[in-house]
Ligand binder design. Sequence first.
Ligand SMILES: *Cc1c(COP(=O)(O)O)cnc(C)c1O
Length: 419
Amino acid sequence: MDHFHLKDGVLHAEDVPLTAIADAVGTPVYVYSRATLQRHARVFREALSAIPRIHLAFAVKSNPNLAVLRVLQREGYGADVVSAGEMHRALAAGMAGEDIVFSGVGKTAREMIEALDAGLGQFNLESEEEGVELAAIAASRGQVATATLRVNPDVDARTHAKISTGKAENKFGVAYDAAPGIYARLSALEGLNLRGLAVHIGSQIGDLEPSRLAFAKMGKLMQELRGQGLTVTHMDLGGGLGVPYKAEDALPGPGEYGAMVAEATKDWDVTVMFEPGRIITGNSGVLVTQVIRVKPGAINPFVVVDAAMNDLARPAMYDAWHDFAAVVPTGQRMAANVVGPICESSDTFAMGRDIDTVKPGDLAVFRTAGAYGATMANTYNSRPLVPEVLVDGDKWAVVADRIEPATILAAERVPDWLG
Ligand SMILES: *Cc1c(COP(=O)(O)O)cnc(C)c1O
């Protein structure tokens, strides 16, 4: 459910017509709905209410905008970060260091130090080598780093290969069979408080069976560790729950996911940690764009819009689907290809799609663009960096400026020796 609706024939974000935002800010522009973010945050928390002790760490990489993070901070969420840059965003949004989890296979020594300085709550270690390094850094500073060990459960999440993370051949975590030995050795290190296990098998998961299987394997591993006299007080189950991108997508909702997790963890006696990203932010945003022109194609016309793969990379990266809808629909439909202006054939949002009829100058949206949208934007083809707007009822504000090519050009220079 989201708060992007037609009112008087015009698509609104909550009470604000998207036409008003486009007039004031220009296009392309991402528009987020606070009510939708809040609703998703609450529904997800509510779905886990049968679990006695939980910790919610919003996956910042899905949408790192400062205002979005503030909305979630006010909903009591911590953060799951994958770089020092994301950690500083979470801290700037008011999240407490202790509520932040640091994931990722390539944390540098410098990032570890910055995180220790910030009093970061938990490092999710992705290798024994990383654990040894973190322990040494913390011990040399007279500190103890709190951590979990991320395990690769060798489970196929049955999602797109590029967002699958829990198969043995993926780079994430330590091998399941090697985990007990690594856990025992890292537990013995000064400078490290190893308190549990972490798992995250992928993103846009549309089938709960792989997660159920992965969590069962993690539970078994946890019991094995406890049997060896090792301590496990926290189990981080990651994120990954998918969202519907098409009306006909039948996906398990937070309620079914929560019931599955409650069942899987009922005998665990731990704090169960979650790292939801897309399920919170996906439906909370749209990308507003303007039609530049419509040109004939071999089969269907090309609708050329002013948003491109640099603004919304998911279709080019993952063949992802985003619904395309006119901001002021006429009721007429057309078959068309929707493309951006970038000089790449992969700059294609839809081929042969049945869409609202649009003409040059019309506004339209790509829906469900709140996750992995603006955060992946870049300036390819020397295009501006796309701005972001947050709506709250009848209020709205620009929460990230459009960064013009001139600003980026100003950061470049020609060395003297080039003449
Ligand atoms: C990307 C990621 C998440 C969030 O994934 P979603 O599919 O957006 O929920 C959570 N944890 C880790 C470790 C991740 O890499």
